[in-house]
Design a protein around this ligand. Sequence first.
Ligand code: PLP
Length: 407
Amino acid sequence: MINVDKLKKDFPIFERKINNLPLTYLDSGATSQKPQQVLDAMNMIYTNSNANVHRGTYVLSAETTEAYENVRNKCKEFINAPSSDEIIFTRGTTDGYNLLAKALTSKRLDPGDEILLSEIEHHANIIPWQLVAKEHDLKIKYVDVDDTYELNLEDLSKKLSKKTKIVSLTGESNISGTIPNIKKINSLVRESSDAIFIIDGAQLVPHRAVDVQDMGIDFITFSGHKMLGPTGIGVVWGKRELLDELEPVSGGGDMIEEVYFDSAKWAPVPHKFEAGTPPYVEAIGLGAAIDYLNNLGMDNVENHSDQLRNYGIKLLEQIKDLNIIHSRADQAGSTFSLYMEGVHATDLSVMLDTYGVAVRAGHHCVQPFHRKLGVDATFRATCYVYNQESDLDNLKDSIEKSLEILV
Ligand code: PLP
């Protein structure tokens, strides 16, 4: 069990008042708030041991390098990867997808090959593939998402073939909370193709215990800022043999072993994918965030998310004419995208702000799926460890008060 009243004291932002009201923060799907422990860890590096990593022969650089590399190990354990060499630091999920799309395409894909995504993907798992598809004459297919917001696995099986070289799917949807059955999909992918299977972990990794070996996938990407850590840091995990095979997509310092005027030899993984000065302070902040989540226990984080999800659904269903985009499967995230005919999502979210309730309005970077639903914008409430039932009560009350004015 998470004691939210106690936990909230770790998050300085909750001392803020918004329009003289306490902050009801329901936008963790966009970014999470940060505990003092993360802020302190980063501040400590800048004030106490700041020096660039992997270069200095002096105490400060050695300390920072050790702290930075230690986070690789924390990430490895957090997702149960076999080796910390398989943890590549990126700027976030989007950066990770751009790396994977370029590196995998140039090594593994030929013109006419297919990439299989789903209709519910975030743009971070669409646009990088569209960019390489255009350049290399690849075909992108999308698995149907049914009207309960689940991936249609029959359709997935139909669309898989020997031509499918990449399957990349959300681990937890940022609009409906849908959590696909990754293990089952993994067996379908392996049965009918030689595709590389990638999971978008941007929403999954912050909310559920993840075991990449148990899931059987080839790669996962995630962002530090959605899991209590800072912006500017993320992770790609990949199987060692695949990472060894791929070429780097960015060149510069720190990613080489030998450089000549006309050629170079790459450093081993993970460094060959990390050109230039890495965001080491941000990585150390991510390490503190992982410690914080481990102290809470990922099982507790998961149960807390489930409790809020069940409570939220029952509550929001009481609002007349409110449409709720949310998976009703046994497992789903505490993410609700909402809309009401005749009321613009932005107007509603601006009204909610006057009651101190922060939600996001728009297409949440899932525009094709909004288009399929025939809805141009929704407003979205997403919960995390510092939310409690009273936040959802505030949401419901504020929606009702806003509708009295807007309708
Ligand atoms: N994938 C999903 C499911 C997301 O929710 C997000 C961010 O909202 C991303 C990818 C992109 O993450 P980032 O903006 O941290 O790169």
